[in-house]
Write a protein that binds this ligand. Structure first.
Ligand SMILES: [Zn+2]
Length: 456
């Protein structure tokens, strides 16, 4: 087999890996690049191989940095099936439509305000492209081998988000495992990742390769942040990805309310996609990734807070601007690179009574990273906004394994892989994780470059 790295090399977005055997080519994950301009630019470059030559795509999970390039791939001529689990398929349906809508909106806004260098500014892809590629989606059961040409793919739950899987692909007696995003061993909302199966080659994510999650006091930290903001009659704005992080946050808010650690105040989920995703979580309550009770009955659903308001329309969202008093607003997207959260940031950042609470990884080059790093001014929709609000960051809600979790997971395999390729991580994290893996697992560790190809 030959593997070519077409993204997520020395960065955390744009996961896409091309696997070739005999005359068959398959793509594992098909993510969008986000963050720094030089990476986002890659979304616009011609795809490194002709999309018409790719026979199928396999998705580890629905997050946009693993799936969001699919409509563009379709636009460029890809017509093969897209294999994923039922939970991923359901989430993909809303994520890709939303991503297309955002692309269209951004292009329209840029045209209206005239801040794009391209006239007219065009979307990366359209809703129609997204709808067409969604027609290609085929469901795969967890644990049931799926043959495609010389390949046999098996999906196992990764404990990251609903539907998430790592995928083992075998061909002619060789096995390669794509970790996707690996979940945590101590998460409350998701189950731990399934044990790693035997494999010759492993592509391992390394987002938190140099970090260990704070295991102590998270609930107290969250309660302190919420209570001090309420005390100032402020708003807690939590930029959060609609899928995964939003539901985790809802779970902890409900838990804190029930224990009396925070008062019951309104919680607005201002993202139509987060609203839909929460419903999909409930519909797929039996997905092996999910650990908590989910139900259509709010009483028995661990992610429904007492005063949760699900905000669907733009008008309802704009009405939040005139709200008096303290509340929590959860809005996408999680790294503040786009979406409704930008309007809330513009309104709330100038006042010191409000808090912006980041609950996920903030990639280099994003507004989220700039705020966490302490910037005093930020550009939103072409205008500078003063930052006086408190900026807090709690990474415990991350759905990603930390360095210890990753090592633990690799050690669950019956034997160590011969070679581990580190992907989906920034250079510092990858260097640290590489030396730990060499010392602890005795594997050959490679940090591949963009477009690099290897025989495996
Ligand atoms: Zn993910």
């Amino acid at each position: 087999m030959k593997i070519q790295f077409l993204g997520a090399t020395r960065t955390v977005t744009g996961s896409r890996f091309l696997l070739k055997e005999d005359k068959t080519s398959i793509l594992v994950d098909c993510g969008l690049f986000q963050g720094r301009k030089e990476w986002r630019q890659r979304n616009w470059e011609p795809f490194p191989v002709d999309p018409r030559s790719i026979d199928a795509a396999f998705l580890t999970h629905a997050h946009i940095d693993h799936s969001g390039y699919l409509p563009r791939l379709y636009q460029e001529g890809f017509r093969g099936p897209v294999y994923c689990t039922a939970g991923t398929a359901a989430l993909l349906d809303i994520l890709l439509r939303d991503s297309a809508h955002l692309q269209e909106e951004e292009a329209a806004y840029a045209n209206k305000k005239g801040y794009s260098r391209h006239r007219p500014a065009l979307p990366l892809y359209t809703t129609q492209d997204a709808e067409c590629v969604l027609q290609q989606v085929r469901n795969v059961e967890f644990g049931a081998p799926r043959a495609f040409g010389p390949f046999t793919a098996t999906f196992s739950s990764a404990g990251h988000i609903l539907g998430s899987a790592f995928i083992s692909i075998a061909a002619h007696g060789r096995k390669i495992l794509f970790s996707g995003d690996v979940g945590r061993y101590d998460a409350e909302v998701t189950n731990p990742p399934s044990d790693m199966p035997e494999t010759d080659v492993l592509l391992l994510e390394s987002t938190y390769g140099n970090r260990s999650h704070d295991h102590e006091g998270t609930e107290q930290t969250l309660a302190r942040i919420i209570n001090t903001t309420y005390h100032r009659c402020g708003v807690v704005l939590a930029p959060a990805f609609s899928v995964g992080r939003c539901q985790t946050l809802l779970y902890y808010i409900r838990k804190l309310e029930e224990s009396g650690a925070i008062p019951r105040r309104p919680v607005y989920i201002d993202s139509p996609m987060a609203v839909d995703a929460t419903e999909i979580y409930v519909e797929h309550a039996r997905d092996p990734n999910i650990r908590i009770p989910l139900s259509t009955d709010p009483e028995h659903c661990a992610i429904k807070c007492s005063e949760a308001h699900f905000v669907r329309t733009r008008e309802e969202s704009l009405r939040l601007n005139s709200l008096e008093g303290s509340c929590i607003i959860i809005s996408a997207n999680g790294m503040a690179t786009g979406g409704r959260v930008l309007h809330h940031l513009r309104r709330l950042l100038p006042s010191p009574k409000h808090t912006v609470l980041f609950v996920g990884y903030q990639a280099e080059g994003t507004r989220g990273r700039a705020l966490v790093d302490g910037t005093k001014m930020i550009k939103i929709h072409g205008q500078y906004v003063d930052v006086n609000a408190r900026i807090e960051s709690v990474d415990h809600f991350s759905a990603h394994a930390d360095a210890n979790d990753l090592i633990t997971w690799v050690c669950t395999a019956p034997r160590p892989p011969q070679t581990i390729y580190l992907v989906h991580g920034e250079p510092d994290a990858q260097e640290v994780l590489a030396s730990r893996l060499k010392a602890d697992v005795f594997a050959n560790v490679v940090i591949p470059d963009y477009r690099e190809e290897f025989d495996v």
